[in-house]
Design a protein around this ligand. Structure first.
Ligand SMILES: C[S@@+](CC[C@H](N)C(=O)[O-])C[C@H]1O[C@@H](n2cnc3c(N)ncnc32)[C@H](O)[C@@H]1O
Length: 449
């Protein structure tokens, strides 16, 4: 008998490999179709999907070495998924006995009518399990690191150092807990108590990096819980830290220059209060429409559909005297690897180069909207030097001819002790250190003339 968890995980993996689907969305959709499923089975399906995606390269290399041709040739993504899930369980999961993993994979492949592949899978998985029994289990850290594409591993090593790069690539838990961002006017501890009461199956804990974060596990769809959109919104903990790093004060005028659907806009509006004002801009008018319809819509004063790189759209209409501008720039998203492991399969070194040029263009032009002596914070959900220090260096050394100069300046984030060093002009968030997604944040003072 093949477990529901494996059937679901195999479908999700096959979708991720054969389409542009994101693992998290595909898994949510599958789990949603099996609503009455035992949470332990849902947990196993989740672990298999994320585990296989993170260690795929190492698993394939190991299994390939056991085949006569030195190549793991499987006829379909579903067969590949069953074989790699079994290999993952044999190598890394204590709670699944090796023989059960092999039997389920072989049974699943045979049930598709493919007895030849079933026999092939049986042979290589038994070899693998005998090898593990004789030599012991491999290291998950090394497998995750070896599975990352060479360009990413190299860039992470240059950016973080060798051992931190390995820790980064294997940081758990996968997927991480869901983050809630509690409004300034609300008491976080009181909300934790209330949410625990209305949802006893879930766990609700204080985040350590953001003073507003509640971390949630096992609560199902949190959008049905009290307080959503008013007392709190769903927002990853690191994203909260990024918005707080702007250092917005009560009464200030702030621009969220790459606002998307406005998660950070909501938090910024909360910080400046009714005496201040937050405007939001983005390339896509549709995103700004979503922003206006959502919780941020109550806080955002004006929205502008602007292409900051091309200086088109509503570019000329955006005021030039903001106290602070946040540029939460488009990036490789390498910082979200724990939640979106498929990024490692899809991004290339060329993408990173192209995106870093785009980040520079966006910051240069968005900086023209900061008043003389005002602050700009640049953030990316990436930890790669190419999208971090190298962007900052070019911004402060090259004259863009825009009439404004950018100087590195300490991040003004009193709310983030322990996250931002005293006087630091930049910082990183790292999943294996702060438990958040990975980010780079750089602070600038803007001078005119
Ligand atoms: C990292 S996302 C921002 C996420 C958003 N701040 C949030 O918290 O949900 C980057 C945003 O930049 C926008 N963007 C990309 N290129 C742009 C450009 N040339 N000009 C303006 N916005 C751009 C994208 O549409 C996207 O919404």
């Amino acid at each position: 008998m093949i477990s529901e968890a494996r059937i679901i995980a195999a479908r999700v993996l096959a979708r991720v490999w054969s389409t542009e689907a994101f693992a998290a969305a595909a898994l949510d959709a599958e789990l949603g179709r099996h609503a009455g499923m035992d949470p332990r089975d849902a947990g196993l399906a989740t672990e298999l999907v994320y585990g296989v995606l993170r260690t795929e390269g190492a698993l394939v290399a190991r299994l390939s070495a056991m085949t006569p041709k030195g190549k793991l040739d499987l006829p379909s993504p579903i067969a590949r998924a069953h074989v790699l899930m079994a290999a993952y369980a044999i190598c890394f999961l204590d709670r699944v006995p090796a023989f059960a993993a092999v039997n389920e994979a072989v049974g699943a492949i045979r049930s598709e009518g493919d007895t030849r592949t079933g026999s092939f899978a049986n042979a290589i998985l038994r070899k693998l399990s005998a090898e593990i029994e004789a030599k012991g289990r491999p290291s998950l850290t090394e497998a995750a690191s070896a599975s990352a594409p060479g360009w990413l591993r190299g860039s992470l090593r240059r950016s973080l150092g060798r051992s931190a790069a390995e820790a980064y690539l294997s940081a758990g838990p996968v997927p991480p807990p869901l983050g809630l961002s509690v409004s300034l006017a609300e008491d976080r501890a009181a909300w934790i108590a209330r949410l625990r009461q209305v949802c006893p199956d879930g766990t609700f804990e204080e985040g350590q990096a953001s003073p507003r974060a509640i971390l949630v596990r096992g609560a199902g769809d949190v959008r049905r819980l009290p307080g959503v959109g008013t007392a709190w919104i769903v927002q990853e903990e690191g994203a909260q830290v990024v918005a707080l790093a702007l250092g917005a004060k009560r009464g200030e005028r702030v621009l969220d220059a790459c606002a998307g659907r406005g998660n950070k806009t909501w938090l910024l509006a909360d910080e400046v209060g009714p005496e201040g004002a937050v405007d939001a801009a983005d390339l896509y008018a549709q995103k700004l429409d979503r922003l206006k319809e959502g919780p941020a819509g109550r806080g955002a004063r004006k929205t502008y559909a602007v292409d900051w790189a091309a200086r088109t759209g509503a570019f000329e209409e955006v005021p030039r005297d903001y106290d602070r501008v946040l540029v939460d720039a488009p990036c490789s998203g390498v910082g979200t690897l724990r939640r979106r492991p498929e990024i490692a399969l899809r991004r290339t070194a060329d993408d990173v180069k192209r995106l870093s040029e785009l980040q520079i263009a966006i910051v240069r032009n968005a900086a023209t909207r900061v008043k003389d002596g005002g602050r700009l914070v640049f953030a990316v959900c990436s930890v790669l030097r190419e999208e971090a220090e190298e962007v900052v260096e070019r911004l402060v050394t090259e004259d863009a001819g825009t009439g404004v100069r950018l100087e590195k300046a300490p991040i003004e984030a009193e709310l983030l002790p322990g996250i931002v060093g005293e006087g630091a002009a930049s910082f990183r968030l790292l999943p294996h250190v702060q438990g958040t997604d990975g980010y780079f944040v750089g602070g600038f003072l803007v001078r005119r003339g």
